[in-house]
Design a protein around this ligand. Structure first.
Ligand code: ADP
Ligand code: MG
Length: 369
């Protein structure tokens, strides 16, 4: 096992005008599971392949277990990689496929068999060892690819969208199994996916990439709850974070948000932004919603806004409402069975501490401490 330290990796492909990775730095601790997530083309595969030694950076370094491996070929890096395309050999049985890396390393026969057996057990492939890949389901083939990667006892496991060829249900099942497996192995793992739900569920930490750089890295919940930029809040979560502009106004010493015709209480730190426009970010589940007009008068909770329901989507565990608030469309998560139909009026509010704020010009989170 080993930690991975990536410093200032820059890579521009010959055919391309822009940088595939643009000064990326990243540290993966020994035994940690870090997920790189981001839209297609943001540089995830390129970064992973540079760690693997399959791609040469223009500049920057890669250290694995304290050793500078930047100039070393893949086979000297003690890394093991699983590709999206499985890349298992159709003419070899499962047993030979799993043992391939060990055979290449001239591991002795008994040891090889013992390790193949152990990997097959971990991935529930014992009953399929004598089959050819064509006689397996997609999920089983993917297991073979993972078994082949873990069997060699590499210091670092690198996986590039290993679940993307599976259908939705298998993806969910295998995701859970993979998480358990990686925990058992305790191997340092760097994992690539474009699927934000997969990233959140698997990673000890998640690195959200955009345009060749890491926009934010942190624990799944930290990144989900406190995005450093609008892009991150909009990329993580289903539905993504809601965003709408508001004006900050002081009433006495208290900052308030002007949203359309209404005013909402705002956290105290927004005082510094008095009389300025901010972009408000709020998650669907952090908006309270009621079908009855909220009580008015003294002691009533402030900050309710009327909104018009446009779409009602029951998900089973909740009801997802698309509503229009002033000129803005928001997604709101209501409890299951919430009585709303299109064109109904509902009332919304959000606790001030659940709101996030971004600079409308730069889209970066406002400094809030
Ligand atoms: N072999 C290549 N030659 C030229 N451009 C490439 C090559 N591989 C990737 N790219 C480009 O580099 C950028 C990053 O690609 P990639 O790392 O594959 O992104 P991701 O894995 O996040 O989808 C993209 O703009 C892509 O088109
Ligand atoms: Mg890729």
């Amino acid at each position: 096992m080993a930690e991975v330290v990536v410093r200032n990796l820059v890579k521009t492909y010959a055919a391309s005008a822009h940088r595939a990775t643009d000064d990326v730095s990243l540290e993966v601790a020994d035994g940690e599971f870090v997920v790189l997530v981001g839209p297609s083309g943001c540089g995830k595969t390129t970064l992973l392949r540079m760690v693997a030694g399959l791609e040469t950076p223009d500049s920057g370094t890669v250290h694995i277990g304290g050793r500078d491996v930047t100039g070393l070929p893949a086979r000297q890096r003690r890394v093991s990689m699983v590709f999206q395309s499985y890349a298992i050999f159709p003419h070899m049985r499962v047993r030979q496929n799993i043992g391939f890396g060990l055979a290449m390393r001239k591991v002795d026969r008994q040891e090889l068999e013992r390790r193949v057996q152990r990997a097959a057990e971990l991935l529930q492939l014992e009953d399929y060892l004598d089959r050819f890949p064509a006689q397996l389901s997609g999920g089983q083939r993917q297991r073979v690819a993972v078994a082949r990667a873990i069997v060699v006892d590499a210091d670092v496991l690198l996986m590039d969208e290993p679940l993307s060829n599976l259908d939705a249900l298998l993806r969910l099942q295998f995701r859970t199994e993979l998480k358990k497996l990686v925990r058992q192995l305790g191997t340092t793992t760097l994992y690539v996916t474009h699927d934000q739900a997969e990233a959140m569920s698997l990673g000890d930490r998640v690195a959200v990439m955009r345009d060749g750089r890491i926009a934010q890295i942190g624990t799944p919940l930290a990144v989900y709850d406190r995005p450093d930029e609008q892009f991150v809040g909009g990329f993580l979560g289903a539905p993504p974070m809601n965003f709408f502009p508001a004006q900050v106004r002081l009433r006495g010493a208290d900052p308030q948000l002007v949203v359309g015709e209404d005013t909402w209480p705002a956290p105290a730190h927004l005082k510094a932004y008095a009389d300025r426009s901010v972009l408000v970010g709020v998650r669907a589940e952090n908006i309270q919603v009621t079908a009855d007009p909220p009580a008015a008068g003294p002691g009533a909770q402030p900050g309710w806004s009327a909104a018009v329901v446009e779409v009602v989507e029951p998900t089973g565990a909740a009801v997802l409402l698309t509503v229009r608030l002033d000129t803005h469309q928001l997604k709101v998560q209501a409890p299951p069975g919430f009585p709303a139909r299109p064109d109904d009026t509902v009332w919304l509010r959000s606790a001030p501490e659940m709101l996030r704020f971004f600079d409308p010009e730069t889209s970066l989170a406002l400094v809030t401490t």
